[in-house]
Design a protein around this ligand. Structure first.
Ligand code: BES
Ligand code: MN
Ligand code: ZN
Length: 497
């Protein structure tokens, strides 16, 4: 994948600018305006005639492409609605529509003219960020395991003119942030889309090492099964027992803050394939269980984005990677294992494996004395029943942290919704043969899963994101890259940026 390049430039006479594609905002109640009047005249009145015909409404979300001339090959008009109602939602819609039109077009170079937008410089900053994120995401293609890739986007270079609203120097920042978030999201999508025979626990370790190679600010350490045995991670290790792939604990330390600053921790579920183990899943749609490392994938994407943004905080990403397979050596229902915390666990269902790998990773991360810990996991089918694909499930033992994640989700349009982890649910996890059972007795499956994790996260402020619904979609089948935008926004707010 080639990277897009974004350039900020002040263009005084847009009608005299040469570009294969000029993208302009169009309001229902503005008749062209000075700049576009000139382009219109050059094009023999094509813009005004298109508007007069009434086919292009200029409503938010609409766009139309017009053939141009030798210096401006085409003009794309992006609908912005009525100028007086150009609020945050309409601004985001505009940025998204412009981005998609540019990425889907057949021009390598494109210019976005924002000089005439009726917005403040602060609003324009957000628009630029949303725009850069969406163009970057719209240019993503999965080709890792495809011999003959289908049509790929041709857009390479984007020039943005913010006129008098923002100087080129100030335009660059938001474009860079948007691109960093878009690229982080794309990295996550790519990893999560990879099939289970390619993306194994060891493959994820390689990804961690390659991040460390690419960023001086990231240091990666990998623990194999022997090391984890020594640490007493009997719960995590029990998940990979039936697999020929070695389980891995991948630790990535991002240092953007002062050496003594306590880090924020991200803990990802990295089940590279979930057959259910001896509690085997039905065959229908089992292929989708290659997405069961979505939480881990989002940790890689988030770390890459914040390293690109050089956020002035410390963050440690921990990934618990294993493959859940049935075999003669696999864990059986009723088996009791001992976790790193010392608590014993009765595994009543080997398909509730995510919490088994996460609990040991949560104990491990305690050694960093983290400020806050957020785990991300495709943990339960029940969260899809509750929230569908729109919202990520949020659980937390700290209200301030829950609110920070909710806010970050709203701001980045990668939304979450909070569910309870009341103590009253805990008794569902009582076991006669161990300190805790790995499944509840019935009902509120996502809540009891979170309650299980809560028992291993008592020493710090902790939140759990259940992304089984939001991390991938069944049609069209593929990874969404969520919740990278939410996580980056949360860390940004924590960094005061
Ligand atoms: N990885 C699954 C959860 C999942 C289901 C993710 C569907 C995405 C789509 C998880 O490991 C699992 O199997 N959970 C069980 C828990 C149950 C055994 C208590 C589930 O949700 O059925
Ligand atoms: Mn499972
Ligand atoms: Zn799973």
């Amino acid at each position: 994948m080639t990277t897009l390049s974004f350039t900020a430039r002040k263009i005084d006479r847009i009608a005299e600018h040469k570009t294969p594609m000029l993208v302009v905002p169009m309001f229902e109640d503005h008749v062209l305006g000075e700049d576009l009047d000139r382009i219109d005249a050059q094009f023999g009145g094509a813009l005004s005639q298109t508007l007069a015909l009434g086919d292009f409404s200029a409503k938010p979300g609409s766009h139309v492409a017009l053939a141009g001339n030798k210096s401006i090959h085409r003009v794309i008009m992006i609908g912005c609605g009525v100028a007086a109602s150009f609020d945050t939602a309409a601004q985001h819609k505009f940025a998204e529509t412009a981005a998609t039109a540019m990425a889907k077009g057949k021009a390598r170079d494109a210019t976005l003219n924002l000089a005439s937008l009726p917005v403040t410089s602060a609003d324009l900053g957000t628009i630029l960020e949303v725009f850069a994120k969406h163009v970057t995401m719209a240019c993503y293609v999965y080709d890792a395991t495809i011999a003959k890739p289908k049509e790929t986007p041709v857009l390479k270079k984007v020039t943005v003119n913010a006129g008098a609203i923002l100087s080129p120097a100030k335009t660059k920042g938001p474009l860079g942030v948007g691109q960093a978030i878009g690229e982080g999201t794309n990295l996550t999508r790519n990893l999560v889309n990879l099939p289970g025979n390619v993306c194994t626990p060891r493959y994820l370790s390689q990804q961690g090492r390659s991040l460390a190679k690419r960023y001086e600010s990231i240091k990666t350490t990998v623990l194999g099964e022997k090391k984890m045995q020594e640490l007493g991670m009997g719960s995590l290790l029990s998940v990979g027992h039936g697999s020929d792939q070695e389980s891995q604990l991948i630790i990535m330390e991002y240092s953007g803050g002062k050496a003594k600053d306590a880090p924020y921790a991200l803990v990802g579920k990295g089940i590279t394939f979930d057959t259910g183990g001896i509690s085997l899943k039905p065959g229908m749609k089992m292929d989708e269980m290659k997405f069961d490392m979505g939480g881990a994938g989002s940790v890689f994407g988030t770390l890459q984005a914040i390293a690109d943004m050089k956020l002035p905080i410390n963050v440690v990403g921990v990934i618990a990677a294993a493959e859940n397979m049935p075999s003669g050596r696999a864990t059986k229902p009723g088996d009791v294992v001992k976790s790193m915390s010392g608590k014993t666990i009765e595994i009543l269902n080997t398909d509730a494996e995510g919490r088994l790998v996460l609990c040991d990773a949560l104990t491990y991360v305690g050694r960093y004395k983290p400020r806050e810990v957020v785990d991300i996991a495709t943990l339960t089918g029940a969260i899809i029943v509750a929230l569908g694909n729109l919202a990520t499930g949020i659980f937390a033992n700290d209200d301030d942290l829950a609110n920070a994640l909710l806010d970050a989700g709203n701001k980045s349009n990668d939304r979450g919704w909070q569910l309870p982890i009341w103590d009253d649910y805990q008794m569902q996890l009582d076991s006669r043969f161990a300190d805790v059972a790995n499944i509840g007795t019935g009902g509120a499956g996502s809540v009891t899963a979170a309650c299980f994790l809560a028992r291993f996260a008592e020493k710090y402020k902790w939140a759990h994101l259940d992304v089984a619904g939001s991390a991938f979609s069944s049609s069209p089948k593929g990874a969404t890259g969520r919740p990278v935008p939410m996580l980056v926004e949360y860390l940004r707010a924590r960094a005061g940026r």
